[in-house]
Design a protein around this ligand. Structure first.
Ligand SMILES: Cc1cc2nc3c(=O)[nH]c(=O)nc-3n(C[C@H](O)[C@H](O)[C@H](O)COP(=O)(O)OP(=O)(O)OC[C@H]3O[C@@H](n4cnc5c(N)ncnc54)[C@H](O)[C@@H]3O)c2cc1C
Length: 397
């Protein structure tokens, strides 16, 4: 059981690739199996908070990512109609001073291609068009076999399921259970700044309104603006969790909002629509020589912008545990460190839905006003609420 030399990771998303790099840095022989034939990420942005940034820095990616980054000045929350600020948290230099790392916006495709390049340079084998159908533990040989849909069988000492919310590895480990539709959908898009007729503030901004919210921020040094428009809905019947969205329906849904939102949307020519799904806390994240990370074990609503950050933290901790403990103990230790943290962030993300969507009528508005007052008079109290998220550092022993 104890010896680990060869590691196979299922899934070349952000979690899988970070895991591959972290494992390779610990000296393991690593292979990644990815079902798609062409590597890439969706055309959307990603907020990288200091806790995730510290891992990317440890993995040696900071200088390659720097040219693609945008550094937001503030995190803000604004009223959907009046544009009044409910919350203004300084980022940029303040974040570096407080947490020892910056807050960045990245295009997912940029982060993904930097990760792929780093994996290639580290000698990690990336097997594309490799759809995993299941696995089998071989306790006598102290190995785990992995089966691909073309009939191939691969073996490893450790199998990591980083295969996202519809994880096959999780399904085999814990049984088939559909993800829960969270009653919300998200439209996403990226717009070249040259197409805009409105000036967007250099902030990570959440526009809050009744039963919906809108997020906007710059990407790639200010070349693009990313938007995420979230709406409560109970009618998602499609089997797909992502499909092309109707741009006119999106504009209609946010008509009457502040001109910064409507003008931004008027420049959008296409969008994708996501069903936001979640899962209850899993009973365990590992079994024998098989372990889960990222959305495979803790998908979350994106309302803390922490899903990928949690996958990145998982990747680092798992590699450290496997390098530092006997295998049987390593996976227990990994889950002990990571599960409470990911579960807490899942809950915080869910709680934000109510604030962002002004639930509770007058009470909802009062909560925003209280936040506004706190943001003005006791800004450190607000900031300190984020310390447990952004100030957490998995790279520190
Ligand atoms: C609207 C929205 C906005 C978000 N914004 C942020 C943000 O700002 N910051 C943040 O930190 N997070 C954010 N997130 C969350 C983040 O996108 C996810 O948590 C993260 O991408 C999960 O990464 P992953 O590697 O675990 O899974 P995935 O990205 O889903 O990757 C899984 C990979 O496994 C592959 N795969 C699946 N099944 C198989 C199989 N059987 N065989 C082989 N390969 C397989 C898939 O093709 C895929 O490449 C957001 C999410 C949404 C929906």
């Amino acid at each position: 059981m104890e010896q680990v030399s060869r590691v196979i990771i299922v899934g070349a998303g952000i979690g899988g690739l970070c895991s591959a790099l972290a494992m390779a840095k610990q000296g393991f022989d690593v292979m990644v199996c990815e079902q798609t034939k062409h590597l890439g990420e969706v055309g959307a942005g990603l907020q990288i908070s200091p806790n995730a940034f510290k891992v990317l820095r440890e993995l040696g990616l900071e200088s390659a990512l720097q040219p693609c980054a945008f550094v937001p000045q503030r995190a803000t929350m604004r009223d959907f109609k009046t544009g009044e600020y409910y919350l203004e948290i300084p980022l940029a230099e303040k974040t570096i001073n407080r947490y020892g790392a910056p807050y960045w916006h990245l295009h997912r495709a940029d982060l993904h291609s930097v990760l792929v390049q780093a994996c290639i340079e580290a000698g990690i084998e990336l097997m594309l068009g490799a759809t995993v159908t299941g696995y089998k533990e071989n306790t006598e040989a102290n190995q785990v076999s992995l089966f691909l849909d073309d009939g191939q069988e691969l073996t490893a000492d450790l199998l990591i399921g980083a295969d996202g919310i519809r994880s096959k590895i999780r399904e085999q480990m814990l049984g088939r259970q559909k993800a829960t539709f969270m009653g919300q959908v998200a439209w996403r898009g990226v717009i070249p700044v040259s197409d805009l007729n409105v000036e967007i503030k250099p902030d990570a901004c959440v526009w809050v309104g009744p039963n919906r919210h809108f997020v906007s921020y710059y990407l790639r040094g200010g070349e693009y603006v990313n938007f995420v428009a979230v709406e409560e809905r109970n009618d998602w019947t499609s089997e797909s969790w992502r499909e092309e969205g109707d741009i006119e329906a999106l504009k209609q849904s946010f008509s009457g909002w502040h001109p910064e939102v409507t003008e931004l949307l008027s420049a959008a020519s296409s969008t994708f629509l996501w069903a936001l799904n979640g899962r209850d806390e899993l009973p365990t994240w590992h079994q024998g020589r098989v372990v889960l990370l990222g959305d495979a074990c803790h998908p979350m609503l994106p309302f803390m912008a922490q899903g990928a950050a949690m996958a990145i933290e998982d990747a680092y901790v798992l590699a450290k545990c496997v390098a530092g403990y006997k295998m049987s103990d390593a996976l227990v230790e990994y889950e002990k460190i990571r599960k409470p943290r990911a579960t807490k962030i899942q809950k915080m993300s869910k709680a934000n839905a109510s604030l962002y969507h002004m639930h509770g009528g007058v009470l909802g508005k009062l909560k925003l006003k209280a936040l506004q007052a706190a943001s003005h008079f006791v800004p450190d109290v607000i900031q300190s609420k984020l310390d447990s998220v952004y100030g957490y550092d998995v790279t520190k022993p």
